[in-house]
Ligand binder design. Structure first.
Ligand code: MUC
Ligand code: MG
Length: 367
């Protein structure tokens, strides 16, 4: 199972409806398809989503990191040398989604070579994930209409509401409209993408305390060290760290500093190998986790599903797995389906990603 070639293919697929949030907005999925080829003819696949506002990566930087740094390090190694590959990739700092996509494509190869689904290799806890849908910035009535449509069409009853606008009362009003419009049976939680100060966050949480929110994510910057610690101490609901915890060391630092009480795990930034480390840390420390979404396409979504369904802790609450619904198209031959608010893992060997060659030819940007 010797790695013979690694491809990093940029592609672009427009969103039907852009996602807007406090740290940015996404109109086009300008992702990178990563393919790992082996000498026994296997091909492992994953995707990297550039998120400059979160990690500083761009589509071009991801292609360059894979072509110039990572491929020369790992071509010639066996796909099974997972720890050695991990160590080689981490000689380079940063570039989390480039490393993660390569890691997941390697797991895909391993699953294919053994004839087993990756989710079973990882842990095989369950065969499905419940889905939480992310509601981006819009006027309150549009946010309610979107959530109602998603509940009616896909049976999703958990919603993460983007907050972090100024004045914070705009978001308080939107959350209030969502609770009034959707009723008490839906789960609502909020994600500020660092848009507020600690005191704005505290005021917003206090004014929304009757709405039954279950989680508050990254409302203010983790770099506002004392303010963030003060906010987390005063929060009555778990405070989720997302973009402040891009690696296991940051997870430890944020939890021990009292700057977070729950962790968002995103396979798009920590792949399968490092996501396992983050998960086991959280288990050991006794904190909740959420399977987050890096505004993934269907390839990234299947990666999150494979990982999330593999473990008890990651599958106990709905994962954020529906951002792809806003894309105008995707690369998968067999589209991801959400019904009754759940996505099933794929029983086929590997992650379960089959690329439609016609779609790839249409959307690729490199020639
Ligand atoms: C999220 O959970 O924050 C938006 C920015 C980012 O890093 O991820 C998305 C969703
Ligand atoms: Mg977030």
């Amino acid at each position: 199972m010797k790695i013979t070639r690694i491809e990093a293919i940029p592609f672009a697929i427009p969103y039907r409806k852009p996602l807007r949030f406090a740290s940015g907005e996404v109109h086009v999925a300008e992702h990178v398809l990563v393919r790992v080829h082996t000498d026994d003819g296997l091909v492992g696949v994953a995707e990297a989503p550039p998120r400059p506002f979160t990690y500083g990566e761009t589509q071009e930087s991801i292609v360059a990191a894979i072509d110039k740094l990572f491929a020369p390090e790992v071509v010639g190694m066996s796909a099974l040398e997972r720890e050695a590959i991990h160590a080689r990739l981490h000689r380079t700092v940063g570039n989390p989604t480039a490393k993660a996509a390569l890691d997941m494509a390697l797991w895909d190869v391993i699953g294919k070579s053994l004839g087993l689904p990756v989710t079973e290799l990882l842990g095989g806890y369950t065969d499905r994930m419940r889905v939480s849908h992310m509601v981006g910035f819009a006027a309150p009535e549009q946010m309610v209409a979107e959530a109602e449509r998603i509940r009616a069409e896909y049976g999703i009853t958990t919603f993460k509401v983007k907050v972090g606008r100024k004045p914070y009362t705009v978001d308080v009003e939107a959350c209030r409209a969502l609770r009034a419009g959707l009723g008490d049976d839906v789960e609502l939680y909020v994600d500020g993408n660092r848009g507020w100060t600690a005191s704005e966050s505290a005021r917003a949480l206090r004014e929304m305390s009757d709405l039954g929110l279950t989680l508050a994510e990254e409302l203010c910057p983790a770099d506002d060290v004392l303010g963030r610690r003060w906010l987390v101490q005063h929060s009555e609901i778990p405070f989720v760290a997302d973009e402040s915890v891009t690696c296991p060391g940051e997870v430890t630092r944020e939890l021990l500093a009292g700057a977070a009480t729950a962790i968002s795990i995103k396979t798009a930034r920590t792949g399968f190998t490092t996501s396992q480390r983050v998960l086991f840390q959280c288990e050991g420390l006794g904190v909740e986790v959420v399977m987050g979404n890096q505004i993934d396409g269907q390839i990234g979504t299947m990666c999150s599903v494979a990982f999330g369904a593999a473990y008890q802790l990651t599958s106990q609450r709905p994962g954020e797995l529906s951002n792809f619904l806003d894309m105008s198209d995707d690369l998968l031959a067999e589209p991801v389906r959400i019904s009754d608010g759940t996505v099933q893992v794929r029983a086929q060997p590997g992650i379960g990603i089959d690329i439609d060659p016609g779609k790839l030819a249409h959307y690729r940007q490199d020639g």
